[in-house]
Design a protein around this ligand. Sequence first.
Ligand code: ZN
Ligand code: ZN
Length: 410
Amino acid sequence: MDSSDAVLAGLDSELGWLRETYTELHRHPELSLEEHETSKLVEEKLTDFGYSVTRIGGTGVVGILQNGEGPAVLARADMDALPVTEATGLSYASAVDGVMHACGHDLHVSALLGAAKLLADSRGAWSGTYIAVFQPAEEIGAGSKAMVDDGLVTKVPRPDVALAQHVMPMPAGTVATTDGPVLSAGDSLKITVYGKGAHGSMPHMSVDPVVLASSIVLRLQTIISRETKPGDFAVVTVGALNTGTKSNIIPDRATLLLNIRTYDNQVRTAVLAAIERIVRGECAAAGAPREPDFEYYDQFPLTSNDAAVTKQVRTGFSAHFGPDAVSRATPQTASEDFSRIPDAFGVPYTFWLLGGVDPETYQTAVANGTVSRDIPGNHSPFFAPVIDPTLSMGVQTHVVAALSYLAHKD
Ligand code: ZN
Ligand code: ZN
């Protein structure tokens, strides 16, 4: 029996409270930075398990289990829900109007609690330090930053490696990993451009921000088509363009909201520079009376998995789950703020994807070519991971990944 078998031997008897915890969290979702009840629940459980528990970054909770000599492993789960009205019809559907765990963070919390419990109960099987981080406000890219700003690096032992997972619309019972970029860097940008207002009948008295903003939207399209190297990944989306109130008034300003995704920091820097250059250039061409304003918000760092860590964890997954359950992850265009935590410590990390869809439903959708129509993705009001075996898998992935680093005892 190897260490992960010894630690996981108790899993079946933990599934009862784990299911209860998951459905309880699902029923009572809390928005970003408001995870008060969730963090209280996490604190209570970790304390019961024998962890030393610290609050970091408001609603952030860290449990530390020091178990002799050996490496330190940090594992992170995010806790926040989304402003989505649940439409799943599940018996444990959200009881909070307009708020839903539509991204599976309730599953991440439950799975990490399960791993924390199993590791605490089998201290004879391993040695080292296990650090369970429960992070607020992933959805707005603010939680890992709040924890780092609140002194995470000084309050917690330095880990050798950091781990995290995300439930995704893939078959339950499977896990996907990749080295290199797995999630994109994400930036939101509010641009305000200034014109000169006038009567709609007197365009010659104006600097028209409607025309200026339109021209900016079109010119921004050339960043991907003409400036970014073919094969380099980048997305530039203008998600909102707001200006004006009335047909016969030329307004004096326009605002644009942009979303930018990249897999490479150099590409990101070049894309952001190109956006600012084009906007300034168009403003100058229009004769704008004032320089434009740029306000960055909801920023997510790149998640790029360390090759050696990923290989070690994937080897552990393949040995435990069998090679068929472990696939190569395709990089996602979604973003995450997890990497700020290992980056603050200066340690390598890996972030893997966990399947949450009933395998038969998934295979039928694949056979019919209707995956995108029939399988609700993250943030959908229909998003509903199947509890079995997703929850048990999520506990096992954390245990197996941690034990691929923690020292083993016979
Ligand atoms: Zn999300
Ligand atoms: Zn998420």
